[in-house]
Design a protein around this ligand. Sequence first.
Ligand SMILES: *[C@@H]1O[C@H](CO)[C@@H](O)[C@H](O)[C@H]1NC(C)=O
Length: 569
Amino acid sequence: MASGLLKGAVLLLVSVLSWLCVYMKGRYTVDVRSLPQHPRSHQPPYPGGTADNLLWFLQVSDIHISRFYDPQRVTDFKQFCTENVEVFKPPMVLVTGDLTDAKTIDRGGSMQYEVEWRTYYGVLKETNVMERTLWMDIRGNHDAFDIPALHSNRNFFRQYSSMGQTGKISYHHAHKTPFGTYSFVALDACLNPGPRRPFNFFGYLNESSLASLQSLADETVHSNMTIWMGHHPTATILSPNPGIKHVIRNGIAYLCGHLHDLGGLFPVMYSMQDGGTLELELSDWMNNRRYRLLAADHDMLSFVDVKLGEWPVVLVTNPKHAMFATPSHEPLGRIRHSTHIRVLAFSPDPMEKVIVWLDGVRFCEGSHVEGPLYICPWNPADYGTGLHTIAVDVSDSKGRTRHQEHPFSVDGSRTNISFVQTVILQTDWLVLMKVVFLLVFTAGVLSLPVLRYSSPALPPGGSSLDSAGGAGCGAYPRQFVHKWLSRLSLLTKVDQLYYPLFCFGVYIPFGPWFYGELIQGHYGVLFMHGTYIAGGYVPGLWSHAYATLQVRNTMKGLFVNALFLSLLS
Ligand SMILES: *[C@@H]1O[C@H](CO)[C@@H](O)[C@H](O)[C@H]1NC(C)=O
């Protein structure tokens, strides 16, 4: 019978795992074809040989200007504001938070340093960048460390930033051109009041801030394209129903930062939300000097992530990258009607050559139209089905070269975005942490009274010989678990053990954890579910993970000791 049980358990495990795989696959892949198509998908204007219907802009994130570390960050940032902005001449630059580092010299604590803000704003003024482009900056969690309220004089964003002086933290900018209106919406999900580290990693939007973001979203309904930007990836923002992803679903993309490159593991992190909105995390300025060039060409979005100092910078805008095609948000049908391949090439020095390859065969040399735009006439029908590859080799007069390639399709064939990146960006980590806590709490704390007041009988004779008849390989583990449970049960019957452990376990989710100066000059009290401070409330975000660890650490002794006892006896 024991071996039957074991087989049953294995079968159950296998079916649960395969269900999980199927669920994960469904959960993390978007059925793009089932989404409604862009209304002008097969309507002109079609990408052709002239420099119209084209707009490009830049994003930079996580600058982390620090008074203690890496002054080169500032020097390089100055170079970006002068050279790169001069070469690209973007109408706007999106800066997605963590403008300053705000960490103490030992990196353990955090506070706002005015000198860091003066440095940031000083670069903007010194380089005149705010006059040459619209500098759209927003706050990141580091810019919100140790800030009791938005109107506090420690909220230096109000004083030392391009957009902060408007008094708004989230805002909408509609960029009007002769060929359409392009909406840029900045969302600030920083905690307010803003605790110090380590209680300020996740973002939070309450009902009213979500509602005001919804009204910003409503303003964009007539725009040709809406780009959302924010510091926190949506997976790290807690928001009430219907949730932040629902509010930004009208956007073709959500541009964010915050996770840097996850300690070097992921130089790029891209994903697609259920509704077809791209979520594109940009690696940092702080350590990697990354920035992003994006272009809307005939209302289709393309982008490339580059490193400071890398020239030339190349971006093929037609046909666009098949991995980032989002038919619900852009008129992809236009690729089939297009008459020209379109390539943007930027360099501080004149361009020498732009060579285009299709499926590994040299196709043409691009001819210059104006500005960064190079074109080649083509017949999309020749590439009418399935995936193909476009490659571009560019060289400038200084002999610098760049090779850029990507898959494309004319018929809507796609390549999938990396599964792992999608899992990172599209998992609701806050919910997951709560679920894990509940499981660990049930197993570690709620099980104690059950064990105490039930008495699992010791197996008769306590030996596996009894079941020798049908004993397969399953008999011993089963007996062992039984023995372990009975030892546990014995231990929980010791009052001196049971009461402190159980009471402390129950205290974790309900009682206050501590009372302290969580924000300079403001005392607050921290519970698992949230923190009350400076007249405000910040929901518990990391706290479920801490609570899980706490339960584990508290109960470990009991469970391990029972294990030893059952091994010894
Ligand atoms: C932008 O939208 C308008 C309609 O609202 C349309 O007429 C125009 O062609 C669009 N622009 C582009 C580049 O598709």
